[in-house]
Design a protein around this ligand. Structure first.
Ligand SMILES: Cc1cc2nc3c(=O)[nH]c(=O)nc-3n(C[C@H](O)[C@H](O)[C@H](O)COP(=O)(O)OP(=O)(O)OC[C@H]3O[C@@H](n4cnc5c(N)ncnc54)[C@H](O)[C@@H]3O)c2cc1C
Length: 482
């Protein structure tokens, strides 16, 4: 008999959260802390969504999306999670770039970038200051017509090398392009520039374990392997969700699932205004990724000067299309030294990531798909040899993932790694105006994606849900009096 993961679920909750990505987990935790009865439903067998990991024989643990996040995570983890989680956030100090235009190592913060831009790239100090100040002041209210290309042209006209330095890591970090609104670049870039790039010591497995313990303490009921099939709405309000053959009543739903999937499939377009449906349909998904996971033999070590994160490219100039092309010229390597998991077995791992188009992988036959994955592995090993000499002979385990893998594990439409393009933000914000009690909290609009963006969005939406439920007649809510 298959295990019934909903056995202990009640028939009714104040809030049902669909999906346990960092956005869903954070929303669930905050709402349960506020005293609401919360049910968290996750279709996969583990929590975390894209914030996940997998184990392979030999004591190897691979992180999928733990490459780097801004310092703001520390504050968010302390406020919305625990001091123990916040205390495990540590800086990655060696960020490297290696491409035909320049090779350098940086701590990736404003101070170091200012020095690099003025000393190495010979840019006037006023232009650098002006650029940083403008990027830092950007917020949602700003002009959305200004593109990132226009922002760069204002301060660094004709300087493709400077644009590459400033843009390549952000394109890698969230798929944004020179044609996207400058605010989506400015906000994310400034977040990183405040103090540099950070990681979670102990790995994603430890983070999610600690979060799971915390949501248990907060009183969240959790169902894994619980694929929500439908969000039922009636009379302009959310009423229930359908999962595992049960209908669970609820006064609010927070969907952490893909934005388009939530609107068009889980709810259904007939419950929204026509114009809203058109806007939702028009939202462009962000790109997906391929990754190659490599574990060195247990006694092999990587020289620490290789860096923590290495943005490598053989393309003569920076072009977004070439970052997405299957004919890969740009790879970002994350190096995981034994210090990544100080309490674990000392292992050295490398993950090579490349942005990718879903369409390039979706229609391949099984044979072509396997052959393409093998080709990705071989070409990655060829390219990596420059930084990790004789790498082929030192490898203990290697495998690859593609946009199809991300789609399979998270149900993200087209395996989008970072949700949607900018226009998804407004559509996500507007959902509760269409259906009372229905919210979306998950990667959208570039700004609300990534570990920090998704977590902060979960927190923001939890406040909105709290406002709605707290304003309802007293008999209708079970919120604890504190
Ligand atoms: C290869 C890769 C590398 C990345 N690197 C970084 C990085 O270095 N730094 C960074 O900050 N970010 C990185 N990201 C992005 C980051 O991981 C995500 O933006 C973030 O984790 C997304 O969180 P989320 O809350 O939007 O939910 P997601 O992680 O997208 O999770 C959504 C959850 O909803 C569940 N779900 C979907 N439909 C249903 C349903 N019907 N019923 C039940 N459950 C459902 C899914 O199974 C999933 O668990 C990376 C992503 C990828 C793919």
């Amino acid at each position: 008999m298959p295990k019934d993961f909903l056995k202990h679920a009640k028939d009714e909750y104040d809030v049902v959260v669909i999906g346990s990505g960092l956005g869903g987990l954070t929303a669930a935790n905050m709402l349960a802390r506020s005293g609401y009865r919360v049910l968290l439903l996750e279709q996969h067998y583990k929590l975390g969504g894209m914030a996940t990991w997998f184990k392979r024989p030999g004591g190897h643990i691979f992180d999928i999306s733990l490459h780097g996040f801004p310092y703001g995570m520390l504050k968010s983890c302390r406020r919305y999670w625990t001091q123990e989680i916040a205390d495990s956030i540590v800086q990655l100090k060696n960020i490297r770039f290696d491409n035909p235009m320049f090779s350098l190592t940086t701590t990736f913060n404003r101070h170091d970038f200012t020095k690099l831009l003025t000393d190495k790239f010979n840019v006037a100090a006023e232009a650098v200051e002006g650029f940083f100040d403008k990027a830092r002041k950007m917020d949602f209210q700003d002009d959305q017509q200004l593109t990132t290309r226009q922002l760069f042209d204002e301060f660094f006209p004709g300087r493709e090398d400077v644009i590459r330095l400033l843009m390549e890591p952000i394109t890698y970090a969230n798929g944004s392009t020179l044609e996207d609104p400058a605010i989506s670049y400015g906000i994310v870039f400034s977040n990183f520039m405040s103090k540099g790039v950070f990681t979670f010591q102990g790995g994603t497995d430890r983070l999610i374990q600690l979060m799971e313990a915390e949501i248990n303490r907060s009183g969240v009921d959790v169902g894994i392997r619980c694929d929500v099939k439908k969000i039922n709405c009636d009379g302009g309000r959310v009423r229930s969700v359908e999962v595992g053959g049960r209908k669970i009543k609820t006064r609010a739903v927070v969907s952490n699932a893909n934005l388009k999937h939530t609107i068009l499939n889980l709810v259904g377009e007939e419950y929204f205004d026509r114009q809203f449906v058109e806007e939702a349909r028009a939202v462009r998904l962000n790109n997906s990724s391929t990754q190659v996971y490599m574990a060195l033999k247990p006694d092999e070590r990587i020289e620490e000067s290789t860096g923590d994160l290495l943005f490598s490219s053989t393309a003569p100039t920076f072009r977004t299309e070439s970052l997405l092309s299957r004919d890969i010229t740009s790879r970002t390597y994350s190096f995981y030294y034994p210090r990544t998991r100080p309490a674990g077995r000392p292992r050295s791992l490398i993950v090579s990531s490349t942005n990718a188009n879903y369409a390039d992988w979706a229609s391949l036959s099984e044979r072509e798909y396997e052959a393409s994955k093998q080709d990705l592995i071989e070409t990655t090993l060829d390219a990596l040899d420059k930084y990790v000499p004789n790498v082929r002979a030192r490898i203990d385990h290697i495998e690859a993932s593609t946009p199809r893998t991300f789609e399979h594990y998270t149900q993200h439409v087209a395996g989008a790694s970072f949700g949607t393009k900018f226009e998804g933000l407004q559509v996500s914000f507007d959902i509760p105006k269409q259906i009372e009690g229905l919210y979306h909290a998950g990667s959208v609009g570039i700004i609300m994606s990534g570990w920090l963006g998704a977590m902060n969005y979960g927190r923001m939406v939890a406040s909105d849900v709290d406002n709605l439920l707290a304003a309802a007649p007293a008999h209708a809510t079970t919120k604890a009096v504190t």
